[in-house]
Design a protein around this ligand. Structure first.
Ligand SMILES: Nc1ncnc2c1ncn2[C@@H]1O[C@H](COP(=O)(O)OP(=O)(O)OP(=O)(O)O)[C@@H](O)[C@H]1O
Ligand SMILES: [Mg+2]
Length: 143
């Protein structure tokens, strides 16, 4: 699934829904799908708010796929970019005093793996991966 969204906050809900639709095709529990929705909200909000400063003429791209049972979600913007990714991913680090700086922490808490690449002036790419927990148990039993 590939989705292109204008960079307005209203579109965060669209991204959440579409990610949930793809996740629901996998072996995720309702609680796990909720975690996916939360992580996607944070990544897409960041692209809209920080990457594009809510410039609705710019587009955020989201890709979602199930790869051998694993959900892979990619959120891409070609906006401002992040100077120091490792620093930005620390809890409570934000460039906006109105915010909490917890978006990346939530993504890492709710997904198995989060990878961020970014270049100032070029944009940001966030890759998030999650496997259904129940599936892991099943594969352990089978081995
Ligand atoms: N797509 C992006 N483009 C540019 N900067 C980004 C992007 N995503 C994150 N950042 C930078 O990384 C910082 C940390 O992001 P994070 O989501 O953890 O916190 P926040 O967005 O500031 O606050 P919160 O998510 O709690 O509302 C942001 O303040 C911003 O400076
Ligand atoms: Mg954020």
């Amino acid at each position: 699934m590939i989705l292109e969204l204008a960079a307005i906050p209203e579109n965060v809900g669209v991204a959440r829904l579409m990610a949930a639709v793809v996740a629901a095709q996998g072996e995720f529990t309702v609680a796990e799908v909720d975690e996916v929705k939360l992580a996607v909200s944070e990544a897409v909000t960041n692209a809209i708010v920080h990457g594009y400063r809510c410039d609705g003429s710019r587009m955020v791209r989201m890709e979602a796929a199930l790869e051998d049972g694993e959900l892979v979600i990619v959120v891409i913007d070609h906006g401002r970019g992040i100077e120091d990714v490792a620093m930005a991913m620390q809890p409570a680090v934000t460039t906006d005093p109105e915010r909490m700086g917890l978006g990346f922490s939530f993504m890492e808490a709710h997904m198995d793996h989060v990878e961020v690449t970014s270049q100032v002036g070029q944009g940001t790419r966030v890759v998030m991966r999650k496997r259904p927990a129940a599936r892991d148990v099943a594969s352990l039993k089978g081995s």
